[in-house]
Write a protein that binds this ligand. Structure first.
Ligand code: ADP
Length: 284
């Protein structure tokens, strides 16, 4: 399926060749079914209303109760509805307004609680407000968003959600992970990249090759931070935040997610997040 996906994207590119460099038309309709393909989650979202939520830190914004309150643009709202999302999960109710308010966040929530949309929606809304569009075929891509997750499966899930929510917008998500050819990875990145999703090693690799500049990074998202530590990625995470061009924590928004909150994660949060970050615990 990799091959056909690549084919579709190349078709999209040739259609856009022309003087309006930044204009990216919506993908052709036949891709839509693939992008919004539903897979059963086995999650009972109604049960989520009983889940305990704890927010700590100074001056947290009020939680939202509906997606309308998230004040997303029409395209994002349409993609949320097309994804079958009717009401926000607890991590979305609290996380979306925290991120929209520009606050750093350390969130403890289980896999499957809806973390991905909780960070993608406010981030994509900001990019839409800013009028972000990947500069196509530029020799160095300067993404506004870097998302890191420990495994190929996890980062690919995040990428697929990003592609779904960004459908019909000019925002281009790209995913990079080990095990695919570096040439393919680089070509995908150079086609245009606003939201760069990757596993730690491959991310550092594309950055180290000078293909990705970090100076425009607005958001750094570290998902499943506890698993990243378990898998020995702490040096890579530290290398990433200290990479040349990466804005210091005061000048970027950093969002960390973890199922557990042991001491080493608390230390990482203290190092990577602004002092006034909010701590959100969902059902733990
Ligand atoms: P996490 O990132 O916490 O592991 P996901 O964001 O992947 O969880 O959500 C798990 C599944 O639930 C996904 O298939 C996702 O599309 C779906 N989902 C997330 N939020 C909602 C919602 N508000 N309504 C319906 N489905 C949702």
């Amino acid at each position: 399926s990799k091959g056909s996906q690549k084919g579709d994207e190349e078709k999209g590119d040739s259609e856009t060749a022309g003087p309006k460099v930044n204009y990216v038309p919506p993908p052709p309709p036949e891709e839509e079914d693939t992008i919004f393909h539903q897979y059963a989650t086995g999650i009972n979202f109604d049960k989520y209303d009983d889940i305990l939520v704890d927010v700590s830190g100074s001056d947290p914004p009020k939680a939202i109760m509906t997606f309308e309150e998230a004040r997303l643009c029409e395209t994002l709202n349409r993609n949320v509805a097309r994804s079958g999302y009717v009401k926000p999960t607890p991590v979305q109710k609290h996380g979306i307004p925290i991120i929209s308010a520009g606050r750093d966040l350390m969130a403890c929530a289980q896999t499957g609680s809806g973390k991905t949309a909780a960070f993608l929606l406010p981030i994509l809304q900001r990019l839409m407000n800013d009028g972000a569009a990947a500069s196509k075929f530029s020799e160095v891509q300067e993404p506004e968003v870097i998302i890191v997750a420990p495994t190929r499966e996890l980062i690919n899930q995040i990428y697929l959600e990003a592609r779904k929510f960004a459908y019909g917008t000019c925002v281009r998500p790209v995913v990079v992970y080990g095990g695919t050819s570096t040439g393919f990875t680089i070509r995908e990145v150079l086609k245009g990249c606003n939201v760069l999703c990757g596993t730690p090693g491959r991310l550092l690799d594309v950055i180290g090759r000078g293909k990705v500049g970090l100076s425009k990074v607005l958001y750094l998202v570290l998902d499943e931070a506890d698993r990243m530590l378990d898998m020995g990625f702490e040096p890579d995470m530290r290398k990433l935040v200290n990479s040349p061009g990466m804005p210091p924590k005061e000048e970027r928004q950093t969002l960390m997610f973890s199922a557990t909150y042991p001491e080493d994660i608390q230390r990482l949060a203290a190092d990577f997040l602004k002092v006034d970050y909010l701590f959100l615990a969902v059902g733990v």
